[in-house]
Design a protein around this ligand. Sequence first.
Ligand SMILES: Nc1ncnc2c1ncn2[C@@H]1O[C@H](COP(=O)(O)OP(=O)(O)OP(=O)(O)O)[C@@H](O)[C@H]1O
Length: 573
Amino acid sequence: MIKNLKYVTSYNRKDTSKVMLLEIIHSIFLVVPSGVLLVIIWELFSVHPNISRIWTVVGIMFFMLIIQFIVASKAMVTSNIWVYELSYRLRINLGNRIQKFSLGFFKQRDPGEIASVILQDVANFEGIFGHSFGNLTSAVFGTCVLSIFLFIYDWRLALCLLAVIPLIIPFLGFANYLFKHLGEKQIIARNQVGAKFLEYVQGIRHLKSYGITGEKNKTLENAFDDLRKKSIRMEALPGPFLVTTSIFFEIGFLLMIALGLYYLSVGSITIPVLITFLIMGYNLYNPMKVIMVDYFTIRYMNESLKRVIGVLKEPTMESMENLIPEKFSIEFNEVNFKYQDKLTVRSLNFLVPEKSMLALVGHSGSGKTTIASLIARFWDVTEGSIKIGGIDIRSINQKVFYKMIAEVFQEVYLFDDSIYNNIKIGNPEATQEEIWEAARKAQVLSFVEDFPEGMDTRVGEGGGKLSGGQKQRISIARALLKNAPIILLDEATASLDPENEIYIQQAIQELVKSKTVVVIAHKLSTIQKAQQILVLNDGEIAEKGNHQELLNKNGIYARLWEIQQKSHGWKVH
Ligand SMILES: Nc1ncnc2c1ncn2[C@@H]1O[C@H](COP(=O)(O)OP(=O)(O)OP(=O)(O)O)[C@@H](O)[C@H]1O
């Protein structure tokens, strides 16, 4: 826990020391007035009380009270600013870090989980740490200062009060153990609720269309129920152990009274000392109770912090050397790739010369999308290397790399903005003329003309107000505007109506002109002109050549070709 707190507070070391110092001063001024109380009691019990001395002490106590008030206010404001500053930095760092993760990271992790780390876990840190850090610091120092006073007055009674502490350690240890494990489970359940809720809201359209909102709602209810149970367990199970520790404090206090009375009876202490112990002794335990409660909340917060730091420490995909290629050939050298432990593509060796087209063909699950994703560096290869223009893609400057590649995949994500702005994403610096030109070439204008607001028409969340073919044409326009030298294309013509299909084919012809193209082909008729075709089988290259060479081989490709010729428009997978 200390390590995690050190990690976070390192964002603002200067203010951390300042807050600690203020809290220490605050705790000293909090307990010192009760320390000088003995002087008043002493005077009151003397035969001739020195009233002016009593007033001086009262004056000192009043002065300390004012200082304590000023320091406490300052500590509160400073620590709040400090904690909000730390959580602000945490959020910014998380945001910056997330930008550098492989795109594969987002496919692997639940978006709800990532969101809950940024929103919930950081908020947990902010809420708990701001409140408990000051309490804890002042309680620890308050206890130390108070103990020193008590030891000065009578070390035997002070020892009696403190002797209960070792007895409560095993109970605290056990409560701590329970809290850690149950807290971990509660946080997982809480994040599950977030993730399931997000999934439910995002998928509600499809759930409704299949009439299964009720079933999914049940899953959501189960997640809520799980969270309820785990939250109750987390609060209830360590509770009895904490209550037991309070009983030890009461026992310690009673023993101190008994011992004090005995010492008084044998003349070993005076009445003022015993009265001081009765007042201050009870106060000694209050900060300890605060320590216990706040310690457990801080432990709970630590579970959130662990997750935040876990995300901050996830490996990023930064460039090793920041090189910039001048040519745009693509070369695979002995590439193997595993998703987790599953070897998905193996021993891939091929070269796509600059400005030529490579088509990937194969049954569903044979590895076509994985190869395209590896070129786009959604993931890094497990073994071997991929080079662009002779440079390992891991050594290419990241910004340059993402500008070099344009993807037109089946899944098109459009922002809830105008068609014009959605195309502009391809190149935010493009002029109005360039955007209209891209829209024309990608056959976007041919459907935009039917909309009253034309290019200013809002497409709705995720492009929900457009058809699949229309969305794809916008994504081609984006790619055209990007004018990247490498195009990764996932042909999705099978689900489109004939009119849309013709438009998209025309748009693609525009897009791939003079580019290095890797196309995931579903209809073999569209790739006859490709310079190279790779036929994949279970992640390996089964056949390689151009259309005619592969037909001559009379293997898998020739069979697929024959099937597609017979059933016109039939999809390969
Ligand atoms: N994110 C992932 N995590 C784990 N396994 C994956 C992941 N993505 C794909 N796979 C697996 O890798 C294998 C290859 O998948 P890939 O998507 O590359 O095939 P494909 O040839 O493009 O299929 P399709 O034509 O159906 O899109 C499949 O067995 C698939 O289950």
